[in-house]
Design a protein around this ligand. Structure first.
Ligand SMILES: Nc1ncnc2c1ncn2[C@@H]1O[C@H](COP(=O)(O)OP(=O)(O)OP(=O)(O)O)[C@@H](O)[C@H]1O
Ligand SMILES: [Mg+2]
Length: 279
């Protein structure tokens, strides 16, 4: 095969490739979703993956704050046709890109057909440009947010060891598996190294729910996480050797090397989200 033919084939292959969508969610708020998603995304990007983090927090843009960046554009400007979806992308200095959060998606399900079409077209294009698109689900669980979770290719559920957090995480897993039995679910225990808690959580899921979840590991309580947040820098970059950063490395390794890679049985993210949004 000539160089040109090989190049052509590569281009064809890459244009057929579609990003894997991962929704990072929790039951209870404030458990560490944004910090996990950001640091996991950076580490994934350092493995030569094209990563886009989509901040779906409808309140304050969390990712902006964690990166110490100020951005003018938001998803609301995309829907108003002021900028393209592409123009809403911000390049971070850590190898991953992101789309800042904002109130634009709050009432997504109520948008008119025209605005929904703009969003789908933009998203479809984006999915061809990245290997992974991670959705950082915000604290407020709107109907739209729940649709994004159910439409994703995979869900990561984060919990802390507190009983209230575990109970709410179980509620989230139950909600996902009840509505989408083929959803691959991965769990992460944050702020604790007590793996027995994660094991118990999985035992309960196995006994009471149809479907399963795989544990990816735990992230210990680490004072450097808060310090990094205060410095508005990702902890894996500011403190690469701290306990929490090592845990992210381990979780990424576990994820990349996982044996069970059964994906969703049918449809694409775009098809599923259109279905939920009713067109
Ligand atoms: N492993 C950890 N060790 C110590 N503190 C942590 C850890 N993970 C998160 N935190 C603390 O928890 C705070 C909240 O984290 P984060 O903003 O990532 O949560 P969230 O789940 O995204 O919240 P929300 O539901 O409001 O979006 C951080 O600012 C940090 O102080
Ligand atoms: Mg958050």
């Amino acid at each position: 095969m000539s160089y040109d033919q090989a190049e052509k084939l590569r281009n064809q292959l890459s244009s057929d490739r579609i990003a894997k969508t991962i929704a990072v969610c929790s039951g209870k708020g404030g458990v560490g979703k944004s910090n996990f998603t950001l640091n996991f995304s950076i580490k994934l990007a350092q493995e030569n993956q094209r990563v886009l983090l989509f901040d779906l927090d409808v309140g304050m843009g969390n990712i902006d704050l964690l990166l110490g960046m100020q951005t003018d554009n938001s998803i609301a400007d995309v829907l108003n046709n002021r900028i393209s979806m592409h123009e809403a992308i911000v390049k971070s200095s850590y190898g991953m890109d992101y789309i800042p959060g904002g109130s634009g998606l709050l009432e997504f399900v109520e948008l008119d057909k025209h605005k929904k079409a703009i969003f789908y077209q933009g998203l479809e294009k984006l999915l061809r440009e990245y290997d992974y698109v991670l959705f950082d689900m915000g604290a407020g669980m709107t109907e739209t947010a729940l649709f994004f979770i159910l439409a994703a290719d995979e869900c990561f559920v984060i919990t802390t060891p507190e009983p209230t957090s575990i109970t709410d995480a179980y509620g989230m897993v139950k909600h996902i598996l009840t509505n989408q039995t083929d959803m691959p679910i991965y769990t992460i225990l944050n702020r604790s190294r007590n793996n027995a808690i994660l094991d118990n959580f999985h035992a309960v899921i196995d006994s009471f729910l149809d479907g399963e979840a795989q544990g990816l590991g735990s992230i210990p309580e680490d004072g450097n996480v808060m310090k990094a947040v205060m410095h508005q820098k990702p902890y894996t970059m500011l403190y690469p050797k701290t306990k929490a950063s090592k845990a992210i490395d381990f979780i990424l390794k576990t994820y990349v090397n996982r044996a069970d890679r059964t994906g969703r049985k049918s449809g694409s993210f775009i098809e599923r989200i259109k279905h939920f949004m009713k067109g």
